[in-house]
Design a protein. Structure first.
Lengths: 341, 609
């Protein structure tokens, strides 16, 4: 795999970087959608994050990378039978960040029979697909709005249930598949289906920077990276390590971050005034604010946390008002100004 | 453009002629195909293009791999997949390389690039970004290197026939050979040895801070948003220096980069906002200084004062580069920039892309999907057999256990259903002004047009809907339908008269259109009105506010990229209706006595059905 551009070397795009970090701290937030102009480094940021994630513990020899601390019913069938014999052995592994490339066929996404075994030994065996590989990690779909409909259907189903069920050639396999969806795309290429949009916890809009200073900095860092990827990555290794430690620390602190009734009330009022449908918006807003507080080392969620994450948590859940020409981001900001003071 | 025909090296001003620059682009591309992404070449097939292509091929090292991607290349061919014959023979999975990984280290030529579909474009873009093909197909999972340059042969004639923006963004050079005549063609002044030497030198070439500033500043002044543009400009400046045998990028190289990479991407005409005309030491009339990009209003978050250190910058160099770019903006683009008619991110890209839908029966074949064979589906026999082939050994073993004679075993899992793409059904949404005195007449004609459209057997696959507005608000009289009977019944008795809540009418029509679009259809808004609004959205009277609201909603229609037709029903063409049509981006049709026949003909013409 080519050397990834270091996460900490990305110039600007603070909202996108923050959303990705929040998504890494608390996977329950449900993923990040990055929508924006061409040439703003959307994919670069996601691939950079992949190189930086802290390791996790997984069951040794498990094809799905089950969590040794998980409840038995959240394990795959193999691990359940292992558990019956004694405690699970585990080791440290890299958090999977799986690319769902365009043109992937359905068999590779959800899993199918192992072709090699069938050909060479005439045996039936299940070969896990990308969804299995992404379990407990991230599934990255670049150009998410160009994904084929039948793949979106399969994806939505699995993302909702956290479980993948495959029936092939009389073989029936069920395995856990809980992953954080990361999507990126350019809105000019097409809209996203509302059901898919709703699966993303946070949505960020990236714009190309319009001031010369930033633009020169972007071009120069990129240029020196391309000139000597290894040396460049080495220069940023310590900064990346700091970000990685920030994520680990925040994950440890997450459970102890206090969310007061007042903060809950403010979040509820904000969602109500924006008319965001359902509870998902409110829940995401609180979770994202908590993850942000954990990242910053704050003991409790406060108004500044809510303000910071309001737009990414809510902007893709607003209903459109044709007469209101302001974009959804501006509407969230306006409501934030009125309600969160 | 004057014709200083076969100049050995380009100079900043006045720009070299189109052919010289096209040759230079070919040479620069040949030095580093992968680094420059490639060339979008706009030219009709003919001697000029043939000569350019021959030159370009001649400049590439003799052993360069060249592959041609045909217009309707399949995904399997492009990315690779299972080589069925080899797999069965070898008894183990054998991968077949796709065009992209076969071209690793070389160049692909994209035929009829302006017509290439979204999927192929996206695959190419992914390969250009990553330098590899990520394959997850047919039971294979591989990453294969695909470091390539793209020659996109754009044969478009109309301005809206162009290579997909996503691909254009990733190709450093946009070369237009349309203005070049056969007589302007000369031999390229770059022998292959120069190219080879430049390749060697490229890694050593340095570029100054001022060079970065000048290229980034020029890109900004021309309103180019994407950061790939200045990045490519930097690379091209380096290559130009290497080609000229220099170890450091100089002014000429920067000017060449600005001309070749930045000028064709210009989105705005750089406007000076500091009036003092500085002393000009060159003959060129429009030396201008950029300060603030004359940008679309979409940049509210201009951060901390970026202008502060601008003054200290090497202004002459930045000026020089900008002037070079400016002089090289292609004439047709320049005209549109001056008129301000070039809008960034035109909705048409989305509109057309959205209009293509997968359907199960009609249209152009668009690959296969796995699935159960349901009535109406068409089995793709070849693909089904292909899918079944690798499993034969396994299945035969099963059959033998059951004591049955082995044969070719095709099972449900193998079924490959052909998928088709076609233009989605069109829903014509009539939004009819039912107010005032002429209401009854207008409604009757609209009704007639609706019925004619439905009765027309060719159009029967398409649907119509009808919204009427009068008095306090708008009302959906006929939800999208293709049933003639139902239409007749619900149109039988239509009320008319009262105020004109134009904004409410358009708003309801738009909501309906968006619903149609979301379900994959192509909506067409047909507005019948004289454009004289006098009731606001909240039902209160007042001409001024009503008219303002109508214009605002009309602009939303345009922003949403909805196709629209405005039929002006007033006795004489009304300025309000024209203004409204313009705000909506609608086709304007004055039809004082809107008769049903002409109306249905106009709708069909606009919808292209």
């Amino acid at each position: 795999m080519p050397i990834a551009f270091p996460f900490s070397a990305i110039v600007g795009q603070d909202e996108m970087k923050l959303a990705l970090l929040i998504g890494a701290v608390d996977p329950r937030i449900g993923g990040v959608l990055v929508f924006g102009d061409r040439g703003t480094g959307k994919s670069t940021a996601v691939r950079a994050l992949a190189a930086l994630l802290p390791k996790i513990r997984a069951v040794v020899d498990c094809r799905y990378g089950c969590d040794p601390a998980a409840e038995p019913d959240a394990l795959c069938a193999d691990c359940r039978s292992r558990l019956a014999k004694g405690p699970l052995k585990s080791h440290q592994v890299q958090v999977p960040v799986v690319d769902l490339p365009l043109g992937a066929t359905e068999d590779r996404v959800i899993g199918a029979l192992d072709l090699e075994l069938a050909l060479t030994r005439g045996e039936k065996a299940f070969e896990p697909g990308l969804l299995a590989r992404a379990h407990r990690g991230f599934l990255y779909i670049d150009e998410v709005n160009l994904l084929e409909d039948h793949l979106v259907d399969a994806l939505l189903d699995v993302a909702a249930s956290g479980e993948n069920l495959v029936e092939r050639e009389g073989l029936s396999v069920r395995h856990p598949a809980r992953f954080v969806l990361i999507g990126s795309g350019n809105p000019e290429e097409g809209e996203l289906r509302p059901q898919l949009l709703d699966r993303f916890g946070l949505s960020v809009e990236v714009r190309t920077p319009t001031d010369l200073e930033t633009r020169v900095r972007v071009v120069r860092t990129r240029d020196s990276f391309e000139h000597d990827p290894k040396g460049f990555a080495e220069q940023w290794r310590r900064k990346d390590a700091k970000v990685r430690k920030g994520i680990t620390d925040a994950q440890g602190r997450l459970a102890s971050v206090d969310v007061s009734d007042e903060a809950l009330g403010q979040a509820a009022r904000l969602c109500m005034s924006l008319g965001t449908d359902g509870l998902r918006g409110e829940l995401t807003l609180i979770r994202a604010a908590r993850a942000l507080a954990a990242l910053q080392g704050s003991p409790a969620v406060t108004v500044p946390h809510l303000r910071r994450v309001a737009a990414p948590a809510l902007r893709h859940r607003l209903r459109r008002d044709p007469l209101d020409e302001t974009g959804s981001s501006a509407r969230v900001e306006r409501a934030v100004e009125e309600l969160l003071v | 453009m004057d014709g200083g025909s076969s100049r050995p090296r380009p100079e900043p001003t006045p720009g070299p002629d189109a052919w010289t620059d096209a040759s230079l682009a070919a040479a620069l591309f040949a030095v580093d195909p992968r680094g420059t992404g490639g060339i979008a070449l706009r030219a009709l097939p003919g001697p000029v293009r043939d000569q350019w292509l021959a030159d370009c091929r001649g400049l590439l090292p003799a052993d360069t791999i060249r592959r041609r991607i045909p217009l309707h290349v399949t995904e399997g061919r492009l990315l690779g997949g299972l080589d069925l014959a080899a797999t069965i023979e070898a008894g183990r999975p054998v991968a077949e390389l796709g065009l992209l990984s076969q071209s690793d280290g070389g160049v692909v030529e994209l035929a009829m690039a302006e017509r290439v579909g979204g999927a192929t474009i996206a695959q190419l873009c992914a390969a250009l970004d990553l330098g590899e093909v990520v394959l997850e197909r047919d039971g294979l999972a591989m990453r294969l290197p695909a470091r390539l340059g793209v020659l996109a042969l754009d044969e478009g004639c109309e301005p809206d026939e162009a290579v997909a923006p996503a691909l254009l963004d990733r190709l450093a050079f946009h070369v237009d050979l349309t203005p070049v005549s056969v007589h302007g063609v000369t031999d390229p002044p770059y022998p292959p040895e120069t190219i080879a030497a430049a390749r060697q030198r490229l890694a050593l070439v340095g570029i100054s801070d001022q060079g970065f500033d000048a290229l980034c500043g020029t890109a900004l002044a021309l309103g180019i948003g994407s950061l790939r543009a200045p990045l490519y400009a930097v690379r091209v400046a380096r290559i130009a220096a290497a080609l000229g045998g220099r170890d450091q990028v100089d002014d000429q190289d920067l000017a060449a980069a600005a001309r070749l990479v930045l000028a064709p991407r210009a989105q705005v005409f750089p406007v000076p906002d500091q009036p003092p005309d500085r002393q000009q030491d060159q003959t060129e009339p429009e030396r201008q200084q950029d300060d603030q990009p004359h940008q679309a209003p979409e940049s509210p978050d201009a951060d901390e004062s970026p202008e502060t250190s601008r003054e200290t910058r090497d202004q002459p160099l930045a000026d020089l580069v900008l002037a070079a770019a400016q002089a090289a903006i292609p004439p047709h683009l320049l005209a549109r920039l001056r008129l301000g008619t070039l809008r960034r991110s035109r909705g048409q890209a989305t509109g057309k892309a959205g209009a293509l839908r997968h359907a199960s029966l009609r249209g152009r074949p668009a690959g296969v999907r796995r699935g159960d064979l349901r009535p109406g589906d068409r089995l793709n026999l070849i693909e089904t057999l292909r899918a079944a082939a690798p499993w034969q050994r396994l299945r035969r073993a099963e059959l033998r256990e059951l004591g049955r004679r082995p044969r070719i075993e095709v099972r449900r899992d193998d079924f490959r259903i052909a998928r088709y793409k076609h233009r989605s059904e069109t829903t014509a949404i009539f939004v009819v002004d039912a107010s005032g005195s002429s209401a009854l007449h207008r409604l009757a004609e609209a009704k007639g047009a609706v019925e004619l459209l439905l009765a027309d057997c060719y159009v029967r696959r398409d649907r119509v809907a009808l919204v009427a507005f009068r008095g306090q608000g708008a009302e959906l009289l006929l939800p999208p339908t293709r049933s003639l009977v139902r239409t007749k019944r619900s149109l039988a008795d239509l009320p008319g008269g009262g105020g004109t809540p134009l904004a409410s009418g358009i708003e309801l029509g738009l909501a309906l259109a968006e619903g149609v679009k979301r379900r994959g259809g192509t909506p067409l808004l047909v507005l019948l009105t004289d454009g004289r609004a006098n009731v606001a959205r909240d039902g209160t009277g007042g001409r001024t506010r009503a008219a303002e609201e109508a214009l605002t909603v009309a602009r939303v229609v345009r922003a949403a990229g909805m196709a629209a037709l405005l039929v002006d029903t007033s006795p004489h063409p009304a300025p309000q209706a024209q203004a409204l049509a313009q705000a909506m981006g609608a086709v304007y049709l004055p039809l004082p006595h809107a008769d049903a026949n002409r109306l249905s003909a106009a709708v069909r013409a606009t919808a292209g059905i």
